[in-house]
Ligand binder design. Sequence first.
Ligand code: HEM
Length: 400
Amino acid sequence: MKNAFSIASALALTLVLFSGNLGAQTAPAPAPETAAAGPAVQAAPADAGTGAIKSQNIFEVKPDASQEPGYATQTNGERVRVQPGNNAPMWRQVGSGVAGYSSLPKSEAPEAGVLIQPYVQYPGSRLTNAGEAWRQTRNQWIIPYGGALVLIVLGAIGIFYWRVGTIKLHEKPTGRKLERFTPFERSAHWANAIAFSILAISGLVMAFGKFFLLPLMGTTLFGWLTYVLKNAHNFAGPVFAVSLLIVIITFVRDNLPAKGDLDWLLKGGGMLGGEEVKSGRFNGGEKVVFWGGVFLLGLIVVGSGLVMDKLIPGLGYERSTMQLAHMVHSVSNILMVVMFMGHIYLGTLGTEGAYQGMKTGYVDETWAKEHHALWLEDIKSGKIPAQRSPTPVPGQTVQV
Ligand code: HEM
């Protein structure tokens, strides 16, 4: 509600600003100086012949003093007399970051009195403000390059499936089952995967939907869709955060680096060349996804998301904080989405029997032999029990 109110106030102020500028552009050229008009005021530049006043950036201080229309030296009182409706001095103060009065508590909204971020000019660059710099970074870098990366990875996975297809088992299943994931591990994984899917779909629609859904759906339907998805995103975020921590704690032990992981990675698992490189419970590729995607990107995505949800106590939620959090969140999310597109492909269409393991908790001995031979050896030698949870799932005969 508060958000809606701030948006409405910002819109109202924007309208005031625009109407002020429009007034300035359409107002007749100022009268020549008279004693009553006060100090000398240089006329705003007019288009030769048409008499129309050129629009100009009221925040910009012209380097050439002869072109400077003198706005900077005018007070609001003078401006009201010589150019009624044009309150550029006030807006110049706004642009310089002067804080006005706001009844919102400083602890909740530290910048509420500052209407827009101050304009700054870095050496060699244009006069700009941080809000505009952020907007351009989002629209000209993150959205096009991020979108291209998602499409390229999607295309690569499609081509891989088309050329290589599902990696099938070479030998017949034995019927002997091993417990690969306990009910607890599966619950943690699926809670996290479902929350991730909601976040990924809603996030992608919010970022890219206007390019492919808006033209199909129209503004009303697309507006409602993004409204629903934005709320779904905000609710799924904390579920993802908690389940991510549980997934990290649950799977960290079997993802610790081990001998043979590097060999697995250097040979791309050997999956394409027939014989797969031997690995423990998780292979080198899974460990890269765990440490890079689940641990590193997961924590960055969650951390920056919690900042944007204003859920980290004691943090000053200024515009710059939100802009930085947004950029970190978007970039890390795009990387996480492409990484998990690969994970989801290999866990479903890409590898025969892998999805069964995460769905039922059990895999066939042949699957274990062909994909995680060292894990099977550990089970056969008695180092790891074939059934770790207290009772086997009915219908699964655990036997080694
Ligand atoms: C959304 C669809 C997803 C599907 C279909 C899926 C599928 C699978 C499958 C089949 C496995 C078992 C692989 C094996 O037996 O070696 C697995 C393992 C795993 N998944 Fe997922 N997954 C999904 C999403 C996620 C997400 C969002 C995360 C975490 C952010 C995640 C984290 C893991 C972890 C940690 C493992 C254990 C293997 C390892 O440590 O790399 N999964 N997944």
